[in-house]
Every structure is written in structure tokens, then in C-alpha cells.
Design a protein around this ligand. Structure first.
Ligand code: DUC
Ligand code: ZN
Ligand code: ZN
Ligand code: ZN
Length: 499
């Protein structure tokens, strides 16, 4: 028997248009979009009447760290709980990061992440791979990952000195390799040396609480690294994707380079769009520590507005979360020293509602721009469009039924994360996913999850091939000109200078 679903009376919202339609999904793939005569379908086809609600492509979270071993502990949202929380918020696809230790085989780390995820995911997923060290072996294994394991994105950390951080020289080689392989280079852009010095200074001054976290690594530290990463990528002539853009300064840098024609993408995250960093000054230590992530959420309350404006203009491309959650007892590893507080916040469940609330409800985004920002742009950048990121014939049956009128108050007491704190606690959002459809199955309705652990699939992503051609850097232009130089030697008089 075929697995099927008919969604009746929806308003399909894609990134380019919006129209009334029914949607018929069979065996996980959308077969029909438009007015569908129910009598043309088998009698036993289940029907979901959504009565004028919006149907948006299932959300894509470009940036999660489920069950990440990090800073002496392990993130509590694993691939099961993490993808359940995603689904409860309308997100049907996540891209997590494989993060090998320095010296560790990137293939081995990839296999480990695949095993962790395959056993537990409740929706489809992909993997980015972080490159934390550089060698012949890493270079060779990057090729294997691209050609045989479905990876087309590699991330470097410019921060986390002593663990993940790479040098500019290593970054240059990694970017070059990305270009050769048709993969996209991603960067955690903070100046790791400056972070290190800033942390030392704060501790010397006796500032040991969470508020020291932001003061140790202010905006300039992020903006400088963002600029450097884009400049180095441009030397190599390869596109670059800046993960978790948290500050006005970094967003400005991206916008400037984009206007100059460089291929650069910026990813704001739910935390940066939804809250400000003044919470790190909260008198309650646990509360303050909950907001510690890297790069920091900025204390200037204008930041989230500005980041949303850049998202609306398209200068920032798609929204992730950096979902990397730690409970009170884990955050307490840094109770006497903020540099030891495990960095990370929640976001995967609330991302879409936060973007709707602060984008669409504030008149900054249209519903189609919301779809672009939460799904389609990510699918395009990471080369899985239109399999994901669109409601169309042939696309995967991953859909969120979006009710722009329904409200909820975000709270740790009702969220689906394993973490005991929610950084959006108390925020009321109008616009939520009432139903989430994963691969043609209704797995979230009536506030209830009906997910199947391990049912999600790994989605391989192809390299970009010729997409990266056609961009000319100054170096290439220079080489081109040099090739053209075919000068006659000079044979005229020469002034002899006095000794
Ligand atoms: N930042 C975080 O806050 N957590 C995980 C890794 C990172 O870069
Ligand atoms: Zn990062
Ligand atoms: Zn607070
Ligand atoms: Zn991250």
C-alpha cells in the first residue's frame, strides 16, 4: 500500500509566490499541488484539512550541535530530542556539525556523527564537517567526504585557541581545497588570539562572572575576523559562509563585501534575532550563564533589530540556531570562571516563530521572505534545492502548517528540549506551526509529537561544480594580464647614472 496524505485548502507559501492549493504527498514526495479532486485519489487517502492556514516548506536549521562533546561535557539535546524539538517548531531538516579533535581522522569523526544521528533522528538531516587541523591526510579525506559521503561544506574556527582554532595559513589551504572540491567554506569568525587576551584581562580584573564573556570578546573581535575570513576567501576566489553572525559590526562587513560583488553569505541565528545579551548581567548566575555562547549575544538591544534588517535586505542569507544546550549543572563548570562555562544556547524549536514574530509581525519580512530566510535560501546555498526548501511537485513532503494567528508563550516548562532553561522564556509569539509534516507523515499536531526515532534519512549534498566559476579576483586578473604581456625588448638610449 502506498503511504499518502492529502492536505486540503491551504495557502502555499514559497519564496517566490503564494497561492491557494491542496497538496498531495505519496511515499514522501509531493505529487500534486493545486486544486485536487479527492475522488481522483484512492479512497483510503488520509486528509488533513488546514482551512486557509499557510503551508510553508519545512524549516531548515543550518546550524545545530546535537549531543556535541564540548568544553568538558556533552550537549543535552541529542539527535532524538533535538529533532523532536525542531519538529515541534516547524523545522523538518537540520544540518549538524561533525567536529573532529585536532589530529583526529575527519572520516572517523564523520562515521561517529553518522552513527549518533542515524540511530536517533526524527527528520532528515545533513552534516557539515569542521576542519580543525591541516595535513595531507585531511586534504585527501576532504575529497572522500565530498565525492563519497555527501558533504559539501567545511567549517573552520578562527576562535577556540588550543582546541579547534586554525591559523590564517591553515585557513587559506582549507579554503583552497574547498574551491578545488566545489565545497562551501564556512567560518566561525572571532579573532581567537584577541578572545584569549580579553579573557585573561577580565579574569585579572576579577571579573569572573558571565558578564565577562561578552566584555572579553566585543564586537570588533567578531568584525575583524569576519573581514579577514572574507578577504582570505577572496584571495582564493571561493565563496564563504559566515556562521552565527551576532553583531552589527560583522553584519556591516558582510554587507559591504557583498555589495562589492564578493560571494559571501551570513547566517544570523535565532538567539541573535530574538534576545539581547544584557541577560549576562542578570543577578541570578544560572540565568546569566544560560546566555553564554560564542560569539556572544550582544548587549545592545538594537542589535537584533539591525540583524533582522540585514536579513530582510538579503545581505544576511538564512537563519540557523547554533542549538547547543547545557543544563544548570553543566553551565556550573564555570561558576568561578566564565571561560569555563560551556558555550551554547537553545533555538531549534523556537527559530521559526522568532523569525515570524520579529520579522513578519513587525512588517520587516513578507511571508515569502520568511520562507526564504528559514528554508529556501539554506537549501540553495547547501545545494539541496528544490528537494528541500520548496513546496512543489517532486520536492520532499516536508511541510509546516503555519497559523499566523495562533499564539504561544515560550517557556522551558513546555518546550521539547532536554535543557532546563529557555533563553526566550516569556516571549509571546503570534505565528506557530500547528502541524508538522515530515516525509508525508503528520508528526506534530494538537501539541503532540508522533515522531519515529531513527526514521529520518541522511541527505547527501553534491558539490557545486561549475557554480563557482566566473568570479574573477584581482590575482586572476593580474595573471591574465601577465599572460598577455609580450613586449618588444627596449633598444633605445639609456641614461648612465653617476656612481
Ligand atoms: N559556539 C557555541 O556557543 N557553542 C558551540 C560552538 C560554538 O562555536
Ligand atoms: Zn561557532
Ligand atoms: Zn534575563
Ligand atoms: Zn556552532
Amino acid at each position: 500500500m502506498k503511504k499518502q496524505l492529502l492536505i486540503k485548502n491551504g495557502v502555499v507559501v514559497n519564496e517566490d509566490r503564494q497561492f491557494k492549493a491542496d497538496v498531495y504527498i505519496q511515499d514522501g514526495v509531493i505529487q500534486k499541488v493545486g486544486e485536487i479532486d479527492q475522488s481522483s485519489l484512492p479512497n483510503d487517502c488520509p486528509v488533513l484539512d488546514v482551512a486557509g492556514k499557510l503551508l510553508v516548506p519545512g524549516g531548515i536549521d543550518t546550524h545545530t550541535h546535537f549531543q556535541l562533546p564540548f568544553m568538558g561535557t556533552v550537549a543535552v539535546d541529542d539527535f532524538d530530542i533535538g529533532t523532536k524539538a525542531s519538529i515541534a517548531g516547524g523545522t523538518t531538516f537540520i544540518i549538524d556539525f561533525v567536529i573532529p579533535s585536532k589530529g583526529e581522522s575527519i572520516l572517523k569523526a564523520y562515521d561517529q556523527w553518522r552513527k549518533w544521528a542515524d540511530e536517533k533522528v526524527n527528520c532528515d538531516y545533513s552534516l557539515h564537517v569542521a576542519i580543525t587541523w591541516w595535513s595531507e591526510e585531511v586534504s585527501r579525506d576532504m575529497e572522500i567526504l565530498v565525492k563519497e559521503r555527501g558533504v559539501n561544506s567545511f567549517k573552520v574556527f578562527m576562535a577556540y585557541k588550543g582546541s579547534f582554532m586554525v591559523t590564517d595559513e591553515e585557513m587559506f589551504h582549507i579554503f583552497k581545497r574547498c574551491k578545488e572540491l566545489g565545497a562551501i567554506a564556512q567560518v566561525h569568525a572571532e579573532n581567537g588570539d584577541m578572545v584569549h587576551e580579553g579573557q585573561k584581562k577580565m579574569l585579572e580584573m576579577g571579573i569572573c562572572g558571565p558578564e565577562g564573556h561578552e566584555m572579553a570578546r566585543p564586537e570588533e573581535v567578531e568584525a575583524e575576523a569576519t573581514n579577514r575570513a572574507i578577504m582570505i576567501a577572496n584571495r582564493v576566489n571561493t565563496p564563504v559562509y559566515i556562521v552565527h553572525v551576532m553583531s552589527k559590526g560583522a553584519a556591516e562587513v558582510i554587507s559591504k563585501h557583498k555589495k562589492e560583488g564578493k560571494k559571501v553569505y551570513g547566517e544570523p541565528i535565532a538567539a541573535g534575532l530574538g534576545v539581547d545579551g544584557t541577560h549576562m548581567w542578570n543577578k541570578d548566575w544560572r540565568h546569566a550563564a544560560a546566555y553564554v555562547m560564542g560569539p556572544p549575544i550582544r548587549p545592545d538591544p538594537q542589535t537584533k533589530e539591525v540583524l533582522m534588517d540585514y536579513l530582510a535586505s538579503g545581505d544576511l542569507s538564512c537563519v540557523g540556531t547554533d542549538n547547543c544546550t547545557f543544563c544548570a549543572d553543566q553551565k556550573a563548570l564555570g561558576k568561578d570562571d566564565f571561560t569555563k562555562i560551556p558555550n551554547g544556547v537553545n533555538g531549534v524549536e523556537d527559530r521559526m516563530s522568532i523569525v515570524w514574530e520579529n520579522g513578519v509581525n513587525k512588517g520587516k519580512l513578507t511571508p515569502s521572505e520568511f520562507v526564504r530566510a528559514t528554508s529556501s535560501a539554506a537549501a540553495k546555498i547547501f545545494n539541496i534545492y528544490p528537494q528541500k526548501g520548496r513546496i512543489d511537485v517532486g520536492s520532499d513532503g516536508d511541510i509546516a502548517v503555519w497559523d499566523p494567528q495562533a499564539t504561544k508563550t515560550i517557556s522551558a516548562s513546555t518546550h521539547h528540549h532536554a535543557v532546563d532553561f529557555n533563553i526566550f522564556e516569556g516571549i509571546q509569539v503570534k505565528g506557530i506551526a500547528t502541524h508538522t509534516i515530515v516525509s508525508g507523515n503528520v508528526v506534530w499536531e494538537n501539541n503532540t509529537l508522533k515522531t519515529v526515532k531513527g526514521s529520518g534519512k541522511f541527505v547527501p549534498r553534491k558539490p557545486f561544480g561549475c557554480v563557482f566559476d566566473g568570479i574573477v579576483t584581482r590575482d586572476e586578473l593580474r595573471n591574465e594580464l601577465l599572460r598577455k604581456v609580450d613586449r618588444e625588448p627596449y633598444t633605445g638610449p639609456v641614461i648612465v647614472l653617476d656612481k
